[in-house]
Design a protein around this ligand. Structure first.
Ligand code: NI
Length: 166
């Protein structure tokens, strides 16, 4: 496994919708291994394929490893259904937008469906930070980042702050 370079905003690949993963084989297995290595090294709790320059619908996450409890999750061709009208606002950071964070509102309970590396389709209900993380990573597959979740003045201010740092 190797650590891959992370694509940084405003790279156009972070603003582009990804295509479905068509077949799960050695190439995808290798990619997933490298993405976990990259995510844990960064260190982060979620990483989407376009963040390493692969324009496919795939992300990895592990929302508990920083607490000493490793739960790696591979989500291939994921889909999300909100299960709650209630929105939670959380401060979100992104490995592709280092140095700034944004308050983003999202449904606090979701149903996440995905295909795992074994090819089986799975569905689970997520709440709290896991729901936030899955929605953030799913956004990446649709070319959406935290800036896109802000209103125009907030976005302008945060982008200006980011551009000063890079
Ligand atoms: Ni991100």
């Amino acid at each position: 496994m190797s650590v891959l370079p992370i694509v940084m905003w405003p790279d156009v690949r972070l603003q582009t919708e990804c295509a479905a993963v068509e077949a799960i084989g050695p190439e995808i297995e290798q990619l997933v291994g490298d993405m976990f290595e990259t995510m844990y090294t960064a260190p982060g709790r979620g990483l989407a394929a376009p963040q390493v320059g692969v324009m496919r619908r795939l992300f990895v996450m592990d929302t508990t490893w920083k607490d000493g409890d490793m739960n790696p999750l591979v989500c291939i061709n994921p889909s999300i259904v909100p299960l709650s009208d209630a929105q939670n606002t959380n401060e979100e950071a992104c490995l592709s937008i280092v140095g700034v964070s944004a308050d983003v509102s999202r449904p606090n309970k979701i149903e996440l469906s995905y295909t795992g590396l074994n090819g089986t389709r799975e569905t689970e209900v997520l709440e709290g930070f896991a729901a936030v993380c899955a929605q953030h990573e799913m956004d990446h597959l649709n070319g959406i980042v935290i800036f896109d979740q802000l209103d125009a003045p907030e976005r302008a201010a945060l982008e200006a702050k980011y551009k000063e740092m890079i």
